[in-house]
Design a binder for this molecule. Structure first.
Ligand SMILES: C[S@@+](CC[C@H](N)C(=O)[O-])C[C@H]1O[C@@H](n2cnc3c(N)ncnc32)[C@H](O)[C@@H]1O
Length: 106
């Protein structure tokens, strides 16, 4: 949750010792938070880097699904698709979003 350019997704895929077949769902609006907007971060480039970094990890035996949208809508979609009991681990990066009062909704 809050996948940005995919560094955390890549780390988790590289560190995976838990499953032979790792399935990962990466959620982000790719709109950035206030900290990205005030620093002029080009979120389109960030999203492109996510696609080339994280999605290319499929070669390492990981399935990566990119879900573009807010956390609450992504969660609804996942529940709707039958993933209520699918997750062993959920990683949320949202310090800046929380500080700006625009936290993740679940
Ligand atoms: C600090 S970045 C995360 C860094 C990332 N985990 C990494 O490894 O590089 C925070 C991200 O959260 C996303 N974000 C903020 N609020 C969100 C929300 N409500 N739903 C989904 N993504 C959100 C922003 O677009 C931004 O890309």
């Amino acid at each position: 949750m809050g996948s940005y350019e995919g560094a955390s997704a890549c780390y988790l895929i590289d560190a995976n010792k838990w499953h032979d077949e790792l399935e990962m769902f990466c959620v982000d609006t790719w709109e950035g938070g206030a900290e990205h907007q005030s620093n002029g971060v080009n979120m389109r480039s960030v999203e492109e880097r996510f696609v080339s970094l994280a999605c290319s990890q499929a070669a390492k035996g990981a399935s990566v699904t990119k879900l573009k949208g807010t956390s609450d809508l992504a969660l609804s979609k996942l529940l709707n698709e039958g993933h209520a009991s699918s997750f062993d681990f959920i990683y949320v990066v949202g310090i800046q979003a929380l500080q700006s009062g625009r936290g993740y909704r679940f």
